[in-house]
Design a protein around this ligand. Structure first.
Ligand code: MTE
Ligand code: MO
Length: 253
């Protein structure tokens, strides 16, 4: 234990000192040594993202909570960014009220599975009133209900080699979380917004809700969740759709 504390102190003071004295490149080298480089580092944020990710992972407990609000603080209007896919198979599922939709959970898990919406709704539910901020400068406070992602991951049993959880939606806006955020108690697979089933544009039938990061990490229109060990082998290797669009993979707030 004391060894861990000492190592943490070393990394923290190393990062802070390096940023001030010898520049950001040195800090990035230290972060790399301790496995603190986020996968999307090829994005335009580069070293800045690495510093944010590394310092949040070191300085904050993995399970520090996003602020929760009271019902009277919810926003009157909930904007949409990324409206529902106009194409099949999404439109077909929408037409049949997601009767035949199932969430596939696969990858490095002991028991690959798929779950209907009714099955997900029978799992232990969690409700939060939290703030969602878009990188474009607007935000809202809303109530979300769903099953904690940790519950589903524990049901399927993730491998000891697992490092990331990848979200695959019906559009191309895929993203991923590392395990501290995937198992965070406020990370939900949400099916309800402000007391109603998710509308199509807000991500029906199921979306990720990641309270500790910017809105673009809360992937809508989920179809599949895949547990992986090495995110560099997935897609273009950057961990999400967003670095190519100019947003960092890690968007902690
Ligand atoms: N599948 C998918 N998920 C997505 C998006 C998208 O275009 N497609 N947009 C993201 C962005 S940029 C934001 S800010 C939030 C917006 O959520 P809302 O439309 O429910 O407000 O969803 C995120 N999740
Ligand atoms: Mo966003």
């Amino acid at each position: 234990m004391s060894q861990v504390v000492t190592r943490r102190k070393l990394i923290t003071s190393g990062l802070a000192g390096a940023a001030g004295v010898a520049g950001l490149a040195v800090a990035a080298r230290i972060a790399n040594t301790y496995g603190l480089i986020p996968p999307g580092r090829g994005g335009i944020w580069g070293i800045g993202e690495t510093l944010t990710y590394a310092s949040q992972r070191i300085l904050m407990s993995h399970h520090s909570l996003a602020r929760e609000f009271s019902p009277s603080e919810t926003s009157r209007f909930v904007p949409v960014n990324g409206p529902a896919p106009k194409t099949d198979p999404y439109q077909r599922h929408l037409f049949t009220n997601f009767k035949d939709w199932r969430l596939i959970v696969d990858g490095l898990v002991a028991r690959p599975a798929s779950f209907s919406l009714a099955e997900l709704k029978r799992m232990p539910a969690s409700t939060q009133i939290t703030h969602q901020a878009c990188e474009q400068g607007w935000s809202f406070i809303a109530q979300w209900s769903g099953v904690p992602l940790s519950y589903v991951l524990n049901l399927v049993g993730i491998s000891t080699r697992a490092r990331y959880v990848v979200f695959w939606p019906f559009d191309d806006f895929w993203n991923s979380l590392d395990l501290p955020d995937a198992f965070h108690p406020q990370t939900l697979l949400a099916y309800n917004l402000n007391g109603n089933d998710l509308s199509a544009d807000h991500g029906a039938p199921l979306r990720a809700r990641v309270a500790r990061q910017l809105g673009y990490k809360s992937v809508k229109y989920l179809t599949r969740i895949t547990v992986v060990d090495d995110i560099r082998k997935v897609g273009d290797g950057t961990g999400s759709r967003t670095p190519s669009a100019g947003f960092s993979w890690y968007a902690g707030i």
